[in-house]
Design a binder for this molecule. Sequence first.
Ligand SMILES: Nc1nc2c(c(=O)[nH]1)N[C@H]1C(S)=C(S)[C@@H](COP(=O)(O)O)O[C@H]1N2
Ligand SMILES: [Mo]
Length: 156
Amino acid sequence: MCHPLAAAAQVAEVALTGDLARPVRLTVPDLLAWPQHRARVSFECATSGIRHHRFAGPLLYDVLSDAGPAFDPTRRKDRMRFLIAVTGADGHHAVLSWAEIDPDFGRASVLLAASIDDAPLDRAGPQLVLERDRCGARHISGIRAIRVDGGYAART
Ligand SMILES: Nc1nc2c(c(=O)[nH]1)N[C@H]1C(S)=C(S)[C@@H](COP(=O)(O)O)O[C@H]1N2
Ligand SMILES: [Mo]
């Protein structure tokens, strides 16, 4: 029989941390609770050329909004200083701005994919999908942590 802890270890978790009212750990099956979006993407890799994939999952914006970023949602100017750092299991990481994915600003289509090419990502962890990116580098796989940080200001 499979020990419950051993079974749990097969399922990757993503920690949503930082300036959030409701920090949370989510599994890939948890991501199915949000409205699902599909994306067909083609991106270029410097080493392996053009890659094509089909992804499905919630919008990063929807998942992070529900974790309660520490800004006043009625004040647009308050959101512009927030950053989102996304880190994979191997340490590969990228930083997005909140405004980049906010429907009032850059409204970029960014998914937290729960499946790739119809294969669930339960064990690997979710993948970042940026429909309009020409390069593959920000399509971070095996995401383990997403940190929201509202403390950024350029030093003068
Ligand atoms: N966790 C993690 N995700 C990653 C990378 C990485 O090194 N680690 N490389 C990126 C790069 S540079 C590319 S081109 C794509 C490659 O995606 P593919 O494996 O589908 O070709 O994954 C991206 N996601
Ligand atoms: Mo790449």
